[in-house]
Design a protein around this ligand. Structure first.
Ligand code: SF4
Length: 464
């Protein structure tokens, strides 16, 4: 049977790659379609029996619109939704345009789907070694703009130990659905090193300049695995270049981490990892104790963040600090300014990224925001700087998101920050975002980042 896999956004839908891999294991015919750029008639013409979606919350409205268009057309295919959003909001099954919702990993769902089961299909996670091989080669073949992305991500584990209230991948969320034992044995267990290396070996043949590891993936697991993995990485992904003179270059990784796990990591790990990691993204999120508590990150504080930052610098890493603004509190702008000035104290001269809070369904944050007015202007894209919640200070919050990278990098003092955020930047919003993005790419990849920046943005549909 034929399965159309519909993707959205500038990044690969990693979950859908695994769905594709599982379908191939069942000898099914698959084809990925770029939901942002394809004509729905192309999907109809291909004649799928099933149309599969695994959208993040941000892209759920686009995915539902596509499902509705296809259902209203001549297409008789079954529409199947899965992934984080579907798990967080299984009530989407009530939509007349969605036939089946998979709650859990793809493994175990395909026989039921092929047998025509509609409604909710629950699956039980088994072991990360039992994951299908993601169909990334076919994905890249079918959607060349994703193949051309300079940065691709890979996961070594599927879960996260933390409980951020705004996140649908949080540990409490997963434990509530599958229980603590499965969280530990499946979501917090590492994939076999050979599987991950094999996947990266394929991915790096597609214009890939950097591999990203999200959500504390690298630092959260056991060090024995990590040290062995780094050795395999060095052995497999070190190449000799002959630019000016022969030199070795390792495929770089960009990793995200929490202050807690950076401080917990051994000197041996930090030293070894430095061979392949230039930049670590450290989630600060907020500075105020009360806001950190609201985020479910009461275990963090500025002193700890500063120690973690200094430790990374002492090992030769650069750090990209990340913060969030626009929380459901009475003085969101003051809180946001405190966060930016805190980022400036923690990492003077560093690159930072400041994003507006997105309120995702099924999260603890959604409940906390229940009585807060929603911002109709939000399109669910953090790059716009537009908050999901409605505030009188929306303009200033957006300006802070656009300017934070320059404030921290160039150490702009607070009185000037307060003046700058009052100005009107609508005419240069795109230029500011591009400059900000270029700072981040250049910080990670150096001269090469500057050289390939124009190519990078060519293949992206950015919103400002
Ligand atoms: S660390 Fe990242 S993945 Fe983990 S709960 Fe927090 S936001 Fe979610």
């Amino acid at each position: 049977m034929r399965h159309a896999l519909i993707t959205f956004g500038n990044e690969e839908s990693y979950g859908l790659s695994f769905v594709g891999g599982e379908l191939l294991a069942y000898d099914q015919e698959i084809k990925f379609f770029d939901g942002d750029n394809c004509n729905w008639l192309d999907i109809v013409k291909w004649g799928p029996d099933f149309v599969m979606f695994s959208p993040m919350t941000t892209f759920y409205p686009s995915a539902l619109k596509m499902a509705a268009t296809l259902k209203k057309s001549v297409l008789e295919a079954t529409t199947v939704f899965g992934g984080h959003h579907a798990m967080a909001a299984p009530s989407i099954i009530k939509s007349p345009y969605i036939d089946t919702v998979v709650l859990g990993p793809v493994r175990g769902s395909i026989p039921e789907i092929l047998n025509g089961k509609k409604g909710l299909i629950g699956t039980i996670p088994t072991d990360p070694a039992d994951l299908p091989t993601p169909a990334r080669a076919q994905y890249f073949h079918d959607i060349p703009r994703i193949a051309k992305r300079y940065r691709k991500f890979v996961l070594s584990m599927l879960g996260c130990p933390w409980n951020c209230t705004y996140c649908s991948s949080s540990a409490s969320h997963v434990r509530k659905r599958f229980g603590s034992d499965i969280h530990k044995k499946y979501f917090m267990a590492r994939r076999p090193i050979a599987d991950v290396i094999e996947e990266v070996r394929l991915v790096r043949t597609y214009d890939t300049r950097e591999i990203e590891w999200v959500d504390d993936d690298i630092f959260a697991g056991d060090e024995e695995w990590l040290l062995a993995f780094i050795e395999e990485w060095m052995a497999n992904f070190t190449d000799v270049y002959f630019d000016d003179e022969p030199h070795e270059r390792v495929m770089p990784m960009y990793v995200s981490a929490t202050s807690h796990n950076i401080l917990k990591a051994s000197d041996e790990v930090l030293k070894s990892l430095r061979r392949c990691v230039n930049v670590v993204g450290m989630g600060v999120q907020a500075i105020r104790t009360s806001t950190l508590k609201l985020c479910g990150r009461a275990w963090d504080c500025e002193a700890k963040m500063k120690r973690a930052y200094d430790r990374l610098i002492s090992f030769g890493y650069r750090v990209n600090l990340q913060g969030i603004v626009g929380f459901p509190i009475s003085d969101p702008l003051e809180d946001a300014i405190e966060t930016v000035m805190g980022l400036s104290r923690i990492g003077p001269g560093s690159v930072c990224s400041l994003y507006p809070l997105m309120v995702y369904p099924g999260t603890a944050m959604e409940k906390l925001c229940e009585d807060f007015p929603k911002n109709k202007e939000s399109v669910g894209d953090t790059n716009t700087g537009v908050c999901d919640l409605k505030f009188a200070e929306q303009k200033q919050l957006k300006n802070l998101c656009k300017l934070a990278t320059f404030i921290v990098k160039h150490q702009i003092p607070e009185p000037l920050v307060r003046v700058l955020i009052e100005a009107d930047y609508d005419g240069v919003s795109e230029d500011l975002s591009m400059l900000r993005y270029k700072e981040c790419v250049s910080d990670r990849l150096g001269k090469m980042g500057e050289n390939i920046f124009d190519d990078i943005i060519k293949n992206m549909n950015l919103k400002f």
